[in-house]
Design a protein around this ligand. Structure first.
Ligand code: UN1
Length: 510
């Protein structure tokens, strides 16, 4: 495992860092990290104890005071260098992501590419943190809006994107003049530790202070909770389940903090009678089995017009038969394991539920056994025929389980089915009919944060704002104007006249 050495990951690793400084490896509070790929122990991580948490916060607070004074394009230059450093470590880091999390090597490397892309994007954004001039109603007054650095951003990321989601937040936050504290999922902290070491090289080369990018590790209950409750952290960006996200939102709102939430999706693809199946089938298969169905944007529901239903079902079953499941580091395989045996148990339980609710599993769904699948985390992807009213269809099962639904009426019927779930992250329609596509995109169309035409639900580019509506949480990260959430907005009015006219024409003579 040369890549572990290249990345500085060893048998025992510290999970607490302020950038250049690392806590020493503690004997107690260690979490063992096991790969879902082969069930082998990769290394352990010592978590962040309360007193060190305080140190991390204090260091971040003092780093913020100097970092916010650095001109934004100079902050962008640091982020640009981080992007260059990530290019150097793209292959080994992608490999670690793949080995620790279980996604295919291509997807692991693709995830690092997303980090590189957001660095380039953020470097450019650093010159464009622009406000708008506004029109004052008073003579000789100038009014405008400006955006200023916010403070410490707490970033809690999920296991399925061990590094990329952090970078969407941390790189944008950094050019905005914020400092960040990252708490990665305690299932995949090694990828975070390796990333922290990579960026440490850039911090060192530029003589930057400690605390601009910090890392803490531990469970959500201990360490994550501390971030949520800490009034010194004005913004929390949380990625994870609706259940935990709802709790996080309540805790942060309770102290009147701000939060960016990126929670569950229940993403559907609509195939109308005018769908080009040559595009649609591969998009649906990648969308549902890619990352073993563990992306927030995974395709979970396929809503197919009656006239093509049988054809689609047959094409899908055939395509699923050709999916190679196994070691994700072996590039011949399409699909690796689920993250853990618990995840496998949840997948199996969901399939049981489908059957109980009178659904029909038409392909796969079994747990794989044998030498290659020793970790116990490998499953066959599943296709299940269900009715739109089944409760199970309204929930997100984080695995490669695709529901097939049919409709017979106009596209509005399919859109209504698509919207009839509590989640609202990603959505897609395949059609060559302009009217259908436009209906899908209009006011009464898809209610999701992402709406794609002739593209699947997953694999969003970083240039767009990423996030969704309803139970998905409403947050937006990465591109477009997502940066605004990481800054405080200020309305400025300057009186350059000799009088003091009051707004609304009020006279107040003294
Ligand atoms: C996630 O699953 O949390 O759109 C993020 C995609 C990826 C990001 C997914 N760019 O599938």
């Amino acid at each position: 495992m040369d890549f572990l050495k290249t990345l500085g990951v060893s048998q025992h690793n510290s999970g607490t860092s302020t950038g250049l400084w690392w806590d020493s490896v503690q004997a107690e509070n260690k979490i063992p990290i096991t790969s879902p790929v082969d069930g082998k122990h990769i290394g352990s991580v010592s978590t962040t104890p309360p007193e060190l948490y305080e140190h991390i916060i204090k260091t971040a607070q003092s780093a913020f005071l100097s970092w916010r004074m650095v001109p934004a394009p100079k902050r962008g230059e640091i982020v640009r260098q981080i992007g260059l450093m990530l290019r150097q470590y793209k292959e080994p880091l992608g490999r670690l992501v793949s080995y620790e999390m279980g996604k295919s090597l291509q997807e692991g490397i693709g995830e690092v590419q997303e980090m590189i892309d957001i660095c380039d994007y953020a470097a450019g954004q650093s010159r464009m943190l622009s406000g708008v001039p506004l029109q004052s109603e008073r003579p000789a007054h100038r009014m405008y809006e400006q955006y200023l650095p916010l403070g410490i951003v707490g970033i809690e990321t999920a296991f399925n994107f061990p590094v990329a989601v952090w970078s969407w937040n941390a790189m944008i936050a950094a050019v905005c003049g914020d400092v960040s504290i990252w708490k990665p999922s305690s299932m995949v902290p090694l990828s975070a530790i390796a990333t922290q070491k990579i960026i440490g090289r850039v911090l060192e080369a530029n003589n930057l202070p400690e605390g601009i990018f910090s890392l803490i590790t531990g469970t959500g209950k201990n360490v994550g909770e501390r971030l949520l409750r800490d009034p010194r952290i004005p913004l929390i960006s949380f990625t994870g389940s609706v259940r935990v996200g709802r709790y996080a939102a309540e805790v942060v709102a309770g102290r009147l903090g701000k939060s960016i939430l990126e929670l569950s999706g229940n993403n559907a693809v609509i195939l109308t009678e005018h769908a080009d199946l040559a595009l649609a089938i591969p998009a649906v298969v990648f969308g549902s089995v890619g990352t073993a169905g563990q992306r927030c944007t995974t395709t979970r529901r396929l809503i197919v017009h009656d006239s093509i239903y049988n054809k689609v079902e047959e094409a899908l079953v055939n395509a699923y038969k050709s999916i190679r499941i196994g070691d994700p580091l072996d590039e011949r395989n399409h699909m690796g394991p689920l993250i853990s045996k618990d995840a496998v148990a949840r997948y199996v339980a969901a399939l049981e539920e489908v059957k109980k609710q009178s659904g029909r599993v038409i392909y796969g769904g079994t747990v794989l056994s044998g030498k290659e699948y020793e970790s116990g985390c490998y499953v066959m992807p599943a296709l299940a025929e269900v009715g739109k009213q089944y409760p199970v269809v309204k929930t997100e099962t984080f695995g490669p389980l695709l529901y097939l639904l049919n409709y017979s009426g106009p596209v509005t019927e399919a859109i209504a089915m698509q919207n009839d779930v509590p989640q609202g992250l990603s959505s897609s329609i395949f059609t060559r009919d302009l009217q259908q596509a436009e209906e899908f995109l209009a006011q009464a169309g898809s209610d999701c944060g992402i709406a794609n035409v002739n593209i699947g639900t997953s694999g969003a580019e970083i240039g767009g704002a990423f996030g969704g509506e309803k139970e998905t949480g409403g947050g937006r990260e990465a591109g477009s104007d997502s940066w605004k959430a990481y800054m405080r907005r200020q309305t400025v009015t300057v009186n350059y006249g000799r009088d003091l006219p009051l707004a609304q024409g009020i006279q107040f003579d003294i």
